[in-house]
Design a protein around this ligand. Structure first.
Ligand SMILES: NC(=O)C1=CN([C@@H]2O[C@H](COP(=O)(O)OP(=O)(O)OC[C@H]3O[C@@H](n4cnc5c(N)ncnc54)[C@H](OP(=O)(O)O)[C@@H]3O)[C@@H](O)[C@H]2O)C=CC1
Ligand SMILES: O=C1OC[C@@H](O)[C@H](O)[C@H]1O
Length: 371
């Protein structure tokens, strides 16, 4: 759906799993329902390891639209001349080669989190994207939500002062004892475990609250300390926690955690400032509301405000709109979630994996094995 003036980005979707479904469904939501009139989306093709699965996906989630091509390989999507941008929804450890092939075929890329298996792979992709003059973005969808945009305004308008401590957790009990060993959360070949799957979200709130805060002047973390509890089933991380310090311009610390064997922590994310506190209600990847409490000089709450957000769709369409705008404007990266932030995220995960002694099997990481 598009208004006459809108720029239409033509998508190719690769993989037919859970997140590809969520993303595709959101591309079909009328942009006007979220106040978007300058860009719109068209799904041109779906690629899967089997044509049957691609066709089933189109039938089930793209209203059986006959104009959408069902391909039995990802390569066919990259080769389709009508595709402008490729959305990658495969497991983490496949992102590198999928994105590499898409970029080499001249396509812009939106790639699911965790962007790659490690920072080395990510940097190689970013270099290629720049050489080819193509847009690349990690699909950190939470960055583009209206809640996040509003929270950032409130956080940085001055009254709250500098940020000091962030706590954030994202967990989910995947009942790993019942999963097949080939499930992406358990299989080390697929980068299984809590950190690479759930970790991007606690880390995201750390990045938003501390890294992005103007007082931090975009300084990278000064230290990262992590700890992992391994799963007894496949030795991937079941529970991981890590602290991230920002001490070059701030005196601030984030205390972050994720687990794939427990329910998420009820506090979601809290950001404590000199003069108040912001609480982000769980789930922190798709939060419905946040509350701000302002303190007087004694630390007593003098004002409290809760802001609630609703929209049509699941919220993945906001990142799609960002990609469309950037591609339309010839940008190679998003100003809101650019390359440097994805690198800081992946470098942090590399450090935590090293400290937790989580080594992926030989050959999984295509660039710079973390060990
Ligand atoms: N942004 C978000 O909200 C979310 C993001 N994610 C991210 O998306 C990625 C995929 O997660 P999710 O959709 O839950 O995973 P699924 O297991 O549901 O789907 C993954 C898909 O990848 C394709 N695939 C290609 N090779 C393999 C392989 N060797 N093993 C398994 N699947 C393969 C398959 O599609 P086909 O058979 O068609 O080729 C499969 O359906 C992860 O990186 C995850 O972190 C996940 C959930 C939410
Ligand atoms: O990105 C994600 O968000 C929601 C979680 O349920 C999921 O495991 C993760 O991949």
């Amino acid at each position: 759906m598009s208004s006459d003036q809108s720029y239409v980005l033509r998508w190719g979707i690769i993989s037919t799993g859970r997140i590809a479904m969520d993303f595709a469904k959101d591309l079909l939501v009328d942009p006007a329902t979220r106040g978007t009139t300058d860009v719109a989306h068209k799904i041109i093709a779906v690629g899967s390891r089997s044509t049957e699965s691609a066709q089933k996906f189109i039938d089930a989630y793209i209203n059986g639209d006959q104009s959408v091509k069902a391909y039995g390989s990802y390569a066919d999507v990259y080769a389709d001349k009508n595709v402008d941008a490729v959305y990658i929804g495969t497991p983490h450890t496949l992102h590198y080669e999928n994105a590499l092939e898409a970029l080499n075929a001249g396509k812009h890329v939106l790639c699911e989190k965790a962007t790659t298996s490690n920072a080395g792979e990510l940097k190689a992709l970013l270099k290629l994207a720049k050489e080819k003059n193509l847009f690349f973005m990690e699909a950190l969808w939470t960055r583009f939500h209206p809640l996040t945009l509003e929270l950032k305004k409130v956080a940085e308008e001055g009254t709250l002062g500098d940020p000091v401590v962030v706590h954030a957790d994202l967990s989910a009990d995947f009942h790993t004892e019942d999963l097949p060993l080939t499930h992406r959360m358990l299989d080390p070949q697929l980068g299984g475990g809590a950190l690479l799957d759930l970790g991007p979200y606690p880390m995201f709130w750390c990045m938003l609250a501390l890294y992005e805060h103007p007082s931090n002047k975009q300084a990278r973390p000064t230290s990262v300390v992590g700890s992992m509890v391994k799963s007894k089933i496949t030795d991937v991380d079941a529970c991981t926690s890590w602290t991230v310090n920002f001490t070059e311009h701030l005196q601030a610390q984030a205390v972050l955690s994720c687990s794939m064997t427990a329910q998420t922590a009820p506090f979601g994310a809290t950001i404590r400032y000199k003069n108040g506190i912001i609480t982000v209600k769980p789930p922190i990847f798709q939060s419905p509301s946040f509350t701000v409490q302002y303190f007087d000089k004694h630390g007593d709450v003098v004002r409290e405000e809760t802001k609630t957000f609703k929209y049509v769709g699941g919220g993945w369409h906001y990142e799609a709109d960002e990609v469309a705008r950037c591609v339309r404007d010839g940008k190679l990266e998003s100003e809101l979630w650019g390359h440097e932030k994805s690198i800081v995220m992946m470098e942090t995960f590399d450090k935590v994996r090293r400290q937790g002694k989580y080594v992926l099997p030989q050959g999984v990481e295509k660039v710079g094995r973390v060990q």
